[in-house]
Ligand binder design. Structure first.
Ligand code: C2G
Length: 138
């Protein structure tokens, strides 16, 4: 049983998130996801997510490729989460490339390529400008 662990905010869930999660799940037998808390986002990104921690956790848990999800309270606690969830592989998007190599002594660390042209920040600004339409979208 190979256990995969990944982390993210997953605010305004979009295809970039889903593709990353599906590819992470395909690396093992069980996918466990740490969903970052509202407080963590406010402290690290300076803004609260659109969806609350509870809503994001419920959405991520409802995906068929996700086996378990928990709240990530601290970016610095990755080592503790890896041990607690007995992860064999830590998967992160390549926007974090190299940043988690220090956990290579606890598990395998894999960075997957992000999907181009979509992000929560882009969705928020394009929705508020009224410029996003499904036609020709990502
Ligand atoms: N992602 C992607 N393609 C995109 C956007 C996001 O592959 N176009 C991936 C990210 O690389 C990440 C996951 O989807 O692996 C979740 O993305 P975010 O919600 O933006 O996560 P982030 O805020 O970077 O995570 O410990 C990390 C923290 O939880 C923060």
């Amino acid at each position: 049983m190979k256990r995969i662990l990944t982390f993210g905010t997953y605010d305004l869930l979009h295809v970039g998130h889903v593709r990353l999660l599906k590819r992470a799940a395909a690396l093992g037998d069980k996918l466990i996801v740490g969903v970052s808390s509202d407080e963590l986002n406010i402290s690290k990104k300076g803004r609260a997510p659109v969806y609350s921690t509870a809503e994001r956790l419920e959405i991520v848990r409802s995906l068929s490729c996700v086996d378990e999800a928990f709240i990530e309270h601290s970016l610095e606690a990755k080592g503790d989460y890896i041990r607690e969830h007995k992860a064999d592989v830590l998967v992160m998007g390549d926007d974090w490339a190299g940043r988690f190599d220090m956990f290579g002594n606890l598990c395998e660390v894999v960075y997957l390529t992000r999907t181009e042209g979509i992000s929560t920040t882009y969705l928020i600004s394009s929705i508020s400008e009224g410029s996003r339409t499904a036609v020709g979208g990502a």
